[in-house]
Design a binder for this molecule. Structure first.
Ligand code: ZN
Length: 155
């Protein structure tokens, strides 16, 4: 992971094709890299963290050259960085820019913290419904356990 140190001169269209994930809270920037397996996949990325943001105070940006994200990946980003925006870059310009949309449910992404839940006992794929956006609160379809904040764990 190369840290992009030129904070003030940062240009969003510095990659030819790919995806820029903007407005990530600084605590979540490296989680984004982790959930996308960017390190493992040896994709060309650059990361800037703790940039000034009028929206968030401080923010992080992750740039990935050469590919777009899958819906499942965008859903995972929505869990840890609900204010993030996804920019699609083609030929050095932003062709699409949209906020991550919180889906109304997450299937197979979140781990249920209830040890007695069928998803933990029998390995049934998890299913959580979003019951509140602020703060983000999810409810397990199987055991009805509600989770928020640090209890929201990606499986
Ligand atoms: Zn459960």
């Amino acid at each position: 992971i190369k840290m992009d140190k030129i904070v003030k001169e940062y240009k969003i269209n510095a990659i030819k094709e790919g995806t820029v994930i903007d407005h990530v809270t600084p605590e979540s920037t490296f989680k984004v890299i982790e959930i996308l397996d960017l390190d493992k996949n040896k994709e060309i990325i650059s990361v800037a963290n703790n940039l000034q943001s009028s929206k968030l105070g401080k923010k992080g940006i992750v740039k990935i050259a050469g590919r777009e994200l899958t819906k499942a990946e965008v859903d995972e980003i929505a869990v840890i960085a609900p204010k993030a925006t996804i920019n699609i870059i083609k030929d050095f310009s932003v062709v699409k820019k949209e906020p991550v949309a919180l889906p109304d449910h997450f299937s197979g992404i979140i781990k249920c913290p209830n040890p007695n839940c069928i998803t933990n006992k029998q390995g049934t794929a998890t299913l959580f419904h979003v019951t509140s956006h602020e703060p983000l609160t999810l409810s397990c379809y199987y055991c009805e356990r509600a989770v928020q904040g640090n209890e929201i764990l990606l499986s």
